[in-house]
Write a new protein. Structure first.
Length: 156
């Protein structure tokens, strides 16, 4: 038996973990206790990004129906749930996120789009799917870092 009180300083991590592990009853319980559906610590994923990595499409739909921000950027990388799904090769998840308003043309802090990440990680099926429907411009940083908010730099 676990007794859950209201949200605390570390308690919201449980929500991210429960969503990422596809535990709908635990997620529902935490949300009923007032936990923030869009919570993320300084560099970690939101519940929606966490479950997008795992490809849990039913959980993704549930979180979005409860107010999860489909285009919320990760505080560390600037990546979105769509980018997380694309990077992991989750075509079904990519489609669910797009059906629910995910913007395929957003870029992370380095300038990658979801399509760019699929190419980098060799998920050609998703890259083809995205490129045939959207015409997004990727703008990957190739110059030395001058912005301290950029988490990674690509040097020629």
């Amino acid at each position: 038996m676990v007794r859950i009180a209201g949200p605390g300083s570390h308690g919201s991590d449980f929500l991210v973990q429960a969503a990422a592990q596809d535990k709908p009853r635990f997620v529902s319980l935490l949300l009923s206790k007032g936990y923030d559906i869009n919570y993320q610590d300084q560099g970690g994923p939101s519940p929606l990004s966490g479950t997008s990595v795992g490809g849990h499409e039913k959980m993704i739909r549930f979180l979005i129906s409860r107010g999860a921000e489909v285009n919320r950027k990760n505080n560390g990388t600037g990546g979105t749930p769509l980018m997380a799904a694309a990077e992991m090769g989750r075509l079904g998840t990519v489609k669910v996120l797009l059906e629910n308003g995910a913007d395929p043309c957003l870029t992370d802090k380095v300038g990658h789009t979801a399509e760019g990440l699929t190419k980098e990680y060799h998920h050609s099926d998703i890259a083809e799917y995205l490129s045939s429907r959207f015409h997004c411009q990727q703008n990957v940083i190739t110059a030395p870092c001058v912005d301290s908010d950029v988490s990674a730099c690509v040097h020629p």
